[in-house]
Design a protein around this ligand. Structure first.
Ligand code: C2E
Ligand code: CA
Ligand code: CA
Length: 403
């Protein structure tokens, strides 16, 4: 008997009875209760409708008569509810990879897409990766109910604090800068992570204030580190809607100038999707920021669909390869290719390349081999309060240099 998995129940959707039963047997061996076996997408929807609670896992084949796996996923996305999805298929890796991207784009929880035939080892490995992944991370699942008034109060009472995660130069293991990540020290609810309140703050027009507070805190820490002989950059995350605010560039510029910090020490991270939402307005803000000397980073690169030509029109200085491509790249040729293409894209566009979410030494070494310039991730350091950074450097420089 293998380790019990994190899933309590599963439904298997596969038109081949042999494959379907094989998956069911493996799941039972892992202690997962099989609550349904469907022969195609249509059948699965009927079985799901009859269940009182959704299965925590759906194992779905792609090629099926009547309703195939793609249509089923689209229907599940329409219903805004689904257990975690595991794709099993005998089709080519490139197709599996685009189906993975599609599932993520629908916002559905994706375990993996794996090649048939299923076996217990690949299944447990996929479950284990999912258990530690961002999709499953507790910070992704709002556990605390937040009211808008609480966010307003938190801005006034300055309950938001900046944590900083080191960005390490792969060539020499030296810290190059940090990314500022917001944390909410709620007086009653404890520490709250950004995914649990940023979307709401954006929706209610409160993100602007949070961004400026993050900038102010970052400037204070930058000066402190500078006084200790550390010349770092700080990266600040900008929300999608932020670029449409034409006063933003000026406000950032004024604050940075008032603090006596050089604009080149501040990098603003923006996702490609945010830029493409309104290219004219975004470019106005981005061009002004760049003109004034700020660094501009493409965040979560690879999750959007912009072409190199589109990217070349925006005055970016850095490209951050999304964690979903970096994590496990040393184990997957498909991911390695994606990362390698991203690094080449950065080089061709004259941008510095940063890999985010590096958790293993194997991924770190691969990135170094592929010519990636900077790495960020739990392997080097988790985000930490500003006061912990100097101690961290003191105690970890040697370790990080030797990865
Ligand atoms: P992001 O910009 O992609 O930031 C990276 C996230 O990945 C951070 O999560 C970081 O803690 C986490 N991370 C870093 N290394 C690793 C790793 O090796 N493994 C894993 N599993 N995770 C890693 P965090 O701090 O929870 O932030 C989540 C997202 O919230 C950020 O994603 C960003 O989009 C947003 N965010 C954070 N701070 C701010 C902010 O001040 N303003 C805005 N607008 N958004 C923010
Ligand atoms: Ca970021
Ligand atoms: Ca990211």
């Amino acid at each position: 008997m293998s380790q019990p998995s994190q899933f309590a129940t599963v439904m298997i959707v596969d038109d081949s009875a042999v494959q379907n039963n094989h998956a069911a047997t493996l799941c039972r061996q892992l202690g997962i209760d099989v609550v349904g076996q469907a022969k195609d997408g249509q059948h699965a929807l009927e079985l799901l409708a009859a269940l009182a609670t959704l299965p925590s896992l759906l194992i779905i084949d792609l090629e099926m008569p009547v309703m195939d796996g793609i249509s089923l996923i689209q229907k599940l996305a329409d219903q805004h509810q689904s257990g975690a999805i595991l794709i099993v298929s005998s089709r080519e890796a490139a197709l599996l990879s685009s189906v993975k991207t599609m599932i993520k784009a629908y916002g559905l929880p994706l375990v993996d897409a794996i090649a048939k035939p299923l076996n217990i080892d690949t299944l447990t490995a996929s479950f284990a990766r999912y258990a530690t992944s961002k999709a499953y991370a507790p910070s992704q699942q709002p556990k605390t109910i937040i009211h808008v008034t609480e966010i307003v109060a938190a801005i006034t009472d300055q309950q938001f604090i900046a944590y900083f995660q080191p960005k390490i130069r792969l060539s020499n293991g030296m810290i190059q800068g940090v990314e500022a990540l917001v944390r909410w020290k709620h007086p009653e609810k404890g520490m709250i992570f950004p995914n649990d309140f940023i979307p709401q703050a954006e929706e209610h027009g409160l993100i602007h204030d949070i961004t400026l507070q993050m900038l102010d805190m970052s400037l204070i820490w930058l000066k402190y580190w500078q006084s200790h002989g550390l010349n770092l950059t700080v990266s600040i995350n900008l929300s999608a809607g932020a670029l449409a605010d034409l006063s933003l560039a000026e406000q950032i510029g004024n604050r940075v100038a008032a603090a006596g910090i050089a604009p080149k020490q501040i990098v603003l991270e923006i996702t490609e999707t945010a830029v493409m939402a309104d290219v004219a307005l975004s470019l106005t803000t981005l061009a002004r920021l760049r003109l004034n000397g700020f660094g501009l980073s493409i965040d979560d690169y690879g999750t959007g669909f912009s072409s190199m030509q589109q990217l070349s029109r925006i005055p970016f200085t850095e490209l951050k390869i999304d964690r979903s491509f970096v994590d496990g790249a040393s184990d997957s040729l498909q991911l390695e290719n994606m990362v390698s293409i991203a690094i080449d894209t950065a080089k061709k566009l004259g941008l510095s390349s940063v890999a985010e979410g590096v958790e293993t030494a194997a991924d770190w070494q691969l990135l170094k081999r592929l010519g990636c310039e900077v790495a960020q991730g739990y392997l080097a350091a988790k985000p930490m309060p500003g006061e912990a950074l100097i101690e961290w450097i003191k105690h970890n420089s040697k370790r990080v240099r030797e990865i």
